[in-house]
Design a protein around this ligand. Structure first.
Ligand SMILES: C[S@@+](CC[C@H](N)C(=O)[O-])C[C@H]1O[C@@H](n2cnc3c(N)ncnc32)[C@H](O)[C@@H]1O
Length: 356
């Protein structure tokens, strides 16, 4: 990707061009930084540093500062004087889960074939969220775009954001096939590239629940939502099939320390507490996704290729045949107890609330 011309301009000149333009330029640089093979290269231009030789922590700090600026936080950190006051040895504020997310970014690409399955509950979530034509709708953790596409086909102005570049590319193809305009972007729900109060509706189908820091993810989703706007999401409860399957995976491969269980998002009491006082009128509903399967083993072998936590577990257990066999036997038993009429019934929770 070609570096934007703004990259090498001094900060003082950028600031003179006015706030709105400065923000636009910053956003352009952040996108460049995220998409560039040289991670964080873009915003380093702000500090008149040679970004090709600057250390990685400095590039990360540049992205962090620029993101803060766009979010209206710590704006002063971007002024040249403040920047120069930072001694080189100061620890860099950083995302503690950056490495985990880098792994997930690649791994989630495997999810693409499951769009055939997640297409069905997408219509349910759009209905539950009461999406109307002309509304601006964000699909968080959009994968191949099933929610954004369903909203766009209803006449909404849709955007989609996902960690996995491969899924975003597929989402763009899906939008082109359907002949709808959707702004799909690669990004992290914990640091979204949108202004405050940008959307009428913020949705997530089995997406934001996988962010390692639920409190950061929900704060971001509510930040980009307009007051009076609707937040709605579908999540897997711990007591049903997907929850049991995920718990089994966790038994054989516990999540990294500090990562919240995605299944907490399936507990109405936790959802209420996380949404907190920022929202009103919380409404829950339930749905069932019927997943076709010819046998427990048929379901399992598909999950081992597409359900990221399980893909990783099977990779980890490759050299431990006994544990791998034990896991598979337990999982087959769990699947068998939910398999009826060639369908595994996957119950999920839907939440809707209005931002005050
Ligand atoms: C189970 S898939 C659901 C995809 C899509 N919503 C659907 O229903 O088909 C979970 C999605 O969340 C995305 N995801 C996971 N962590 C994320 C994060 N921190 N920020 C943005 N997306 C994330 C994954 O890349 C993946 O596409």
């Amino acid at each position: 990707m070609k570096s934007p011309a703004t990259l090498d301009r001094p900060l003082s000149r950028l600031k003179r061009t006015g706030n709105a333009r400065f923000s636009r330029q910053l956003r352009e640089m952040i996108r460049y930084a995220r998409e560039s093979p040289v991670i964080g290269a873009g915003p380093v231009g702000l500090f008149q540093s040679n970004y090709h030789t600057s250390p990685p922590w400095f590039r990360r700090f540049a992205v962090f500062s620029a993101t803060n600026y766009l979010e209206g936080k710590n704006t002063n950190d971007l002024l040249p004087d403040s920047v120069h006051r930072f001694p080189m040895e100061v620890p860099v504020p950083d995302d503690p889960f950056a490495e985990l997310k880098a792994v997930q970014r690649e791994a989630w690409a495997l999810f693409a074939p499951l769009e055939a399955i997640s297409t069905m509950p997408a219509a349910e979530l759009i209905r539950h969220a009461l999406v109307r034509p002309q509304q601006s709708v964000l699909d968080v953790g959009c994968g191949t775009g099933v929610i954004a596409l369903t909203a766009a086909r209803l006449g909404a102005r849709a955007c989609g954001l996902d960690l996995a570049r491969a899924l975003i590319e597929r989402a763009k193809k899906n939008a082109a096939l359907a002949d709808v305009e959707i702004d799909f972007r690669e990004g992290d729900v914990e640091a979204m590239p949108y202004d405050n109060a940008s959307f009428d509706v913020v949705l997530s189908q089995f997406g934001h629940m996988f962010a390692p820091r639920p409190e950061v993810a929900i704060a971001e989703m509510l930040r980009v939502l307009k007051p009076g706007g609707t937040i709605a999401f579908s999540t897997w409860p711990p007591e049903h099939f997907v929850g049991q399957m995920a718990a089994l995976v966790g038994k054989y491969q516990p999540p990294p320390p500090g990562v919240a269980s995605p299944l907490q998002w399936g507990e109405p009491s936790i959802v209420r507490q996380r949404l907190g006082e920022t929202v009103a009128d919380i409404v829950f509903d339930r749905g069932v996704l019927c997943f076709p399967a010819l046998s427990p083993q048929h379901y399992r072998s598909g999950a081992e290729e597409t359900f990221v936590p399980m893909v990783k577990l099977v990779q980890t257990l490759q050299d431990d045949a006994t544990r791998l066999a034990a896991f598979r036997a337990e999982l087959d038993g769990c699947i068998a107890s939910h398999l009826e009429d060639n369908m595994v019934r996957q119950h999920y929770l839907m939440t809707r609330a209005i931002k005050r």
